[in-house]
Ligand binder design. Structure first.
Ligand SMILES: [Zn+2]
Length: 497
């Protein structure tokens, strides 16, 4: 532990006698007790993000410890603390009346470690988060709804987790805590929600990378297979549009151009393939392989309330369509629409899995717990069911997309970036989505960007992803990039309240 952190931790052990009223102003009977300082939380480079403030005085007589945010970022990720309620006391018998406990985010998940006991301070945590990357991500997402998640593929460490809109974590301490929390809860844009793990979105075009892996791995297609696309796919009154590009085309070209027609035809070929007895069998095989990529289930991140997304199984469609369905019925799945839902964390993990050519480590946000080890599950390599050859083809397509296709805004970077961008349409909204990683060999960072109502992937998500990659890999943004970041920060998307 750094000397300064130790000093802060030790200074924070204060005894509070006859604490009769909580920091948020609620009456609470409390016996004389010893309050222990909570552990300090730092970023991956040791920069303190959350410390303790012992100087806070509720009134002239009472001192309490409150949280302090010297570098206020990642509010939803960090969470906040409050006095334990009667319900908390009933839920967990390790709590006693007057305890200050974690209510959300890391404060909640790691409460057992952070919370001190009997006057002893809690354990300090070092996060996997890079403060500067997180700050840049929050700047880029200003005035936009959505998320950025970046992961180190070789470890599963989450480098940044941006959920927008966000709030200043300092709002949830001190005299104004209760009133501020009410305002945040009433905000229709839901700033308290961690969209990175709780937002379940149509992945849209970026899902094509996962589809390509499965079609190749199951030998529905080879890298040489060509399908035509005449501005989309039309069959029996069903029509899914596409933009103009050369036809017929291979998977690499389909990833480069983000072609809808290609994936519709390949998906239909899989659902109707003679190697499967029924469409149900085909769907189950598809689902097995897709879920092996970490989609459709909890990834097990060390944060509360992670959502699982949705990769439907045959039973789901049997119930929805009373057994009367075919490959055509579920064709929107081909292009990451229809019923498919993913969290931004899952999309970043998909990107990390592709970067690793077939495995991932469960993403996590705590790198070190003072004097203790992190959960062993975060060291386990999780293998996918997709063949190694399939990864090589899809990575080639993602590289072509950056050099000559829908992600070519990233070809400006002096790093070899792979990416796929797309648009996910929901009702009248078009969401801008990007996944990517870099460098192509020995990848250091994988990323997902989701901007609600942001239009084409190339409009917001891909450029935003590019600045995060540039910052992380180069250490600094170029002067031109700094200027562009300022412009993106000032571009606010209008959302209905
Ligand atoms: Zn097309």
């Amino acid at each position: 532990m750094k000397k300064s952190s130790l000093f802060v931790a030790l200074c924070c052990v204060v005894t509070v006698v006859m604490l009769t009223q909580c920091v948020c102003g609620e009456k609470k009977p409390s016996p004389a007790q010893t309050v222990s300082a909570r552990g300090i939380i730092s970023d991956r480079n040791g920069l303190v993000l959350v410390s303790n403030d012992t100087s806070y005085v509720y009134d002239s007589a009472r001192a309490v410890i409150i949280r302090n945010y010297p570098n206020p970022v990642a509010a939803q990720l960090l969470g906040y603390v409050e006095y334990a309620t009667p319900a908390d006391l009933a839920d967990d018998n390790s709590y006693v009346e007057g305890d200050i406990i974690g209510k959300a985010g890391i404060e909640r998940y790691y409460d057992r470690w952070l919370r001190g006991k009997d006057g002893m301070p809690g354990k300090n945590l070092t996060l996997t988060i890079d403060y500067e990357l997180q700050k840049l991500g929050e700047d880029l997402m200003e005035g936009k709804i959505g998320s950025i998640v970046a992961i180190e593929p070789s470890s599963g460490e989450v480098l940044c987790m941006v959920s927008s809109p966000t709030y200043n974590p300092q709002l949830l301490v001190g005299h104004r805590e209760k009133a501020n929390k009410r305002t945040l809860l009433q905000d229709s844009l839901k700033p308290l929600l961690n969209r990175s793990i709780m937002g379940q979105y149509s992945p849209g075009g970026v899902f094509k990378a996962a589809q390509g892996l499965v079609y190749l791995s199951v030998s529905i297609i080879s890298s040489q297979t060509q399908y035509p696309c005449e501005r989309g796919f039309t069959h029996d009154g069903l029509s899914i549009g596409c933009h103009g590009h050369p036809t017929p085309l291979t998977l690499v070209d389909a990833l480069r151009t983000s072609c809808n027609g290609y994936f519709c035809r390949a998906h239909l070929d899989m659902m109707n393939h003679k190697k499967f007895r029924t469409v149900q069998d085909a769907l189950e095989k598809w689902r097995d392989d897709i879920t092996s990529l970490g989609l459709g289930n909890h990834l097990g991140i060390d944060l509360p309330h992670e959502k699982r997304g949705l990769i439907p199984n045959a039973d789901f469609y049997d119930k929805a369509y009373r057994d009367q369905w075919s490959g055509l019925t579920i064709l929107s799945n081909a292009i990451g629409q229809g019923e498919i839902l993913c969290t931004p964390l899952q999309l970043a993990n998909l990107s990390a899995t592709i970067a690793n050519r077939g495995h991932y480590y469960s993403p996590h946000v705590v790198k070190e717990i003072q004097e203790e080890s992190i959960n062993k599950k975060y060291k386990l390599q999780r293998l996918t069911q997709v063949s190694r050859d399939a990864y090589d083809v899809v990575i080639h397509g993602m590289r072509q997309s950056v050099l000559f296709g829908t992600c070519r805004t990233l070809s400006r970077l002096p790093i070899e970036v792979c990416g796929v961008s797309g648009m996910a349409s929901y009702k009248e909204y078009n969401h801008s989505v990007f996944i990517g990683f870099a460098p192509v060999e020995d990848p250091k960072i994988a990323i997902a960007v989701y901007v609600e109502n942001g239009g084409w992937g190339a409009k917001y998500a891909a450029p935003i992803g590019g600045y995060i990659l540039e910052k992380y890999l180069n250490g600094e943004l170029s002067e031109t990039s700094k200027e562009k970041v300022k412009q993106i920060k000032e571009q606010h998307i209008g959302y209905e309240k």
